[in-house]
Write a protein that binds this ligand. Structure first.
Ligand code: PLP
Length: 377
């Protein structure tokens, strides 16, 4: 299988997989127990927390381990809403991941006013619009760093500065950039990270918070009372190891993926000149969405899968009929184009040969699909 779906999830690094058994054996105890085995786990957990504090310039109480970014995003959004009920407006980009959009939509059912920020045709948030939308009632501003579908990166420093000037909380989902891109941590009050996007085991993640939050889970009061439940010491330790590896390989990864991105786009364009590469000039190199006009992206994903190539499409398939990508629609693409996107996302293992083979197969499939199916809207 040629795996070009690394924005969905990644394989655990082999060196971490090897270590995981030892870590699980060594750190099996409850880090909240006072006996020596428990305290050994506590030290390991706090060592990993210190690592994240150092990387992100945070203090210990600000870093909370969770099970995934969905949990982190929900905890931040709902936790802030409950803590500061006098603020009932949320300013958010329309191109957030569902794990941000849906808790916000849930708050809308409870009476919150949701203001969606304007984005331009490349998906860049309009900062003048942000200035206009913040009021005394704004609870938080939420803007994703690197979009998971298109790879478009937002200027978090400028957005964070505006939020600071206006004294509102700024939250960013940094799932697709953490370990891979430079992040202006000083300007972000709340963020979320997912372990499985950076070759750590699933079931690991964290959040940073710069104020008190109402917890989602009530229980033993672990993680400063923000996230009750016995911590997964071994998994968290593995997450720390994965981040260290990413930070070491970051520059090399970006250099490699810039080259792979060129191969992907140029080779596809050679055979299918009508493709549209979403936000080609302003995106990170490791995520590329290509619109294959006149065919369904979902059909392309299925057909590539049959040929041994794993990719994704942003158009979700619900109750049998594909729904256009909300991200592409927000950029101003037509409904038809928003159904035709296919995302190729590269990982640490991706090779030029993988990309060449994927392109050859995609070209053949495109020609076939266009001839035999196309689609009618
Ligand atoms: N945020 C972004 C940008 C993502 O890409 C994802 C996963 O697809 C998530 C959040 C959710 O992450 P998790 O699977 O850890 O809940």
């Amino acid at each position: 299988m040629i795996y070009l779906d690394n924005a969905s999830t990644t394989k655990v690094f082999p060196e971490i997989l090897q270590k995981l058994k030892d870590l699980s054996e060594e750190f099996f105890a409850n880090p909240n127990s006072v006996h020596p085995e428990g305290q050994k786990c506590r030290r390991e957990l706090e060592k990993t927390r210190d690592l994240f504090c150092e990387i992100t310039g945070s203090s210990r109480e600000e870093i909370v381990f969770t099970s995934c970014a969905t949990e982190s995003n929900n905890t931040i959004i709902k936790g802030l809403a409950e803590k500061f009920p006098e603020k009932n407006e949320i300013v958010i980009s329309p191109i957030e991941h569902k794990s941000v959009l849906n808790p916000v939509k849930y708050l809308a059912t409870k009476g919150y006013k949701i203001k969606f920020l304007k984005v331009d045709k490349d998906g860049v948030v309009d900062t003048d619009d942000l200035r206009k939308k913040i009021t005394e009632k704004t609870l938080l501003v939420g803007v994703i760093h690197v979009n998971n579908e298109t790879g478009v990166m937002q200027d978090l420093k400028t957005i964070g500065k505006i939020c600071r000037e206006r004294e509102v909380f700024f939250f960013s989902d940094i799932v697709q950039s953490f370990g891979k891109m430079d992040i202006p941590f000083n300007f972000i009050d709340f963020f979320s990270v997912s372990g499985h996007k950076i070759n750590a085991p699933k079931g690991t993640g964290l959040l940073k918070r710069s104020s008190d939050l109402e917890p989602l889970l009530h229980g033993g009061g672990q993680e400063f009372g923000i996230r009750s439940g016995t911590e997964n010491t071994a998994g968290i330790s593995a997450l720390g190891e994965a981040v260290k590896i990413w930070l070491k390989r970051k520059e090399e990864f970006l250099k490699k993926t810039k080259k792979l991105e060129k191969v992907l786009i140029n080779k596809l364009r050679q055979d299918i000149p009508e493709i549209k590469v979403v936000s080609e000039n302003i995106k990170v190199p490791y995520i590329t969405t290509v619109i294959f006009p006149q065919i369904s992206g979902h059909d392309m994903v299925i057909a590539l899968g049959r040929e041994g190539v794993a990719v994704s499409s942003g158009s979700a398939c619900s109750s049998g009929s594909p729904v256009p990508s909300h991200v592409l629609l927000s950029y101003g693409y037509s409904e038809k184009d928003s159904l035709s996107g296919v995302r190729f996302s590269f990982g640490q293992d991706t090779t030029e040969e993988d990309v060449n083979t994927a392109v050859e197969k995609a070209v053949k499939i495109f020609k076939k699909l266009k001839r035999f199916t196309g689609f009618s809207l």
